[in-house]
Design a protein around this ligand. Structure first.
Ligand code: GLA
Length: 380
């Protein structure tokens, strides 16, 4: 990948730049909790984005995406927003840096990635973090990694139409090889947990489906949570985010919110607790409990939060049948991957069964990824 980036850069810009990289992410547990001020438990992975970048002394940014085989150039004023959606991520990162008082010298770039798109592995956060980190490195604006993560998040909000939480960009900016990170999304306190489960591995099974309107459905989930939190706050003013609420406080407002908002909130409050339970279990080396919590999360995401789909529910059931320790839909949902915690000796059999039975039922094969927990944003 690096060779083709360098060759293309030379060919397009007759120059050499510096190489920067960042990563996609997995999340062991803690889904749709980030924008509710709860905990998440992600880690960066060995699949990401690499970009070669060099200041160009012009008044426009020139970028080429190897994977899309498309070139784009844009200025840095708000009205210069490019048409290609991939370029909007880079444009957004530039704009969000400028809005925070940072400098952005125009640059040339060629980039490529190996995070599968639409799999729920945050290829977009990898792209944002690569450029946020590179722009910081080149311009020395003094933004720390938290601010770089927020620049990526605001890019999603203001230039890509997704009101996402901070998890993906945080994982991509703070990722460390061999460790998952438990993040409290309200206080932004975080802790690295070494994750090298002996006798188990993480297997991702990509359903290769991505349902339409995922981003508007995502934004709707967020609105439900905010309405539920507001209703609870009327009784308990200390509730800033839904994650601050006790389960019984939700019951108190059952008549005042819609049934839909109620079950969304019910899921979130349960999930926040599950992250803490999983961290405790991990410290005891109790992978059975970790796995059981993952199944509970899947149930909640499927039946209460309603962000699963037939393909993912099928993969989850199949995992149970194959005695996989833990399995659940990962990321925003509406398609993408399941994350599976599997005993080494069962892994091959499970992968074979999932591939065969999924293909038979849905007419296309799922993809299987083995991931290694790796470093996040960096200069190469
Ligand atoms: C997407 C968002 C994250 C998070 C997850 C669900 O990946 O970008 O902020 O909300 O969905 O946990």
């Amino acid at each position: 990948m690096i060779d083709s980036i360098k060759t293309k850069f030379k060919q397009l810009f007759q120059n050499d730049g510096d190489l920067y990289a960042s990563a996609g992410r997995v999340n062991l547990i803690g889904e749709h909790t980030d924008y509710n001020g709860g905990y998440v438990f992600p880690g960066a992975i060995d699949k990401g984005i690499v970009a070669e970048i060099k200041e160009n002394g012009l008044n426009k940014v020139r970028v080429y995406s190897i994977d899309c085989d498309e070139y784009c150039e844009f200025g840095l004023e708000e009205e210069d927003k490019p048409e290609q959606s991939w370029a909007c991520y880079i444009f957004g990162v530039c704009r969000e840096t400028i809005k925070r008082g940072g400098k952005v010298k125009c640059f040339d770039s060629v980039f490529a990635g190996d995070v599968p798109l639409g799999a729920g592995l945050s290829s977009s956060a990898a792209l944002e973090s690569t450029f946020a980190f590179a722009i910081e490195d080149i311009n020395g604006n003094g933004f720390d990694r938290f601010e770089l993560a927020r620049i990526g998040q605001s890019t999603e909000h203001n230039y890509c139409g997704v009101k996402c939480g901070i998890m993906d960009q945080f994982a991509s900016c703070f990722g460390k090889a061999g460790s998952l990170i438990r993040l409290n999304c309200k206080t932004m306190e975080y802790k690295y947990f070494p994750f090298e489960p002996k006798g188990y591995r993480l297997v991702l099974i990509d359903s290769c489906v991505k349902h339409e309107l995922a981003s508007s459905a995502y934004n709707k989930r967020r609105e439900s949570c905010e309405r539920a939190a507001a209703a609870i706050r009327a009784n308990h003013p200390e509730v800033e985010f839904l994650s601050d609420a006790k389960r019984v406080w939700l019951d108190e407002v059952r008549d005042r919110i819609s049934e839909e908002d109620f079950i969304r909130a019910e899921y979130v409050i349960g999930e926040v607790q599950r992250v803490l339970d999983v961290c405790d279990a991990l410290e005891r080396g109790d992978y059975e409990t970790v796995g059981e919590m993952m199944y509970q999360t899947h149930f909640g995401l499927s039946k209460l939060y309603e962000v699963s789909c037939e393909e993912l529910d099928f993969l989850n059931k199949l995992a149970r049948k194959c005695e996989v320790t833990g399995s659940r839909v990962m990321g925003g949902g509406f398609g993408g991957c399941t994350i599976n915690l599997v005993k080494d000796e069962l892994a091959e059999e499970f992968i074979a069964a999932a591939t065969e039975q999924f293909t038979e039922k849905f007419g296309h094969a799922p993809k299987v990824y083995n991931v290694v927990i790796s470093d996040g944003a960096r200069k190469l």
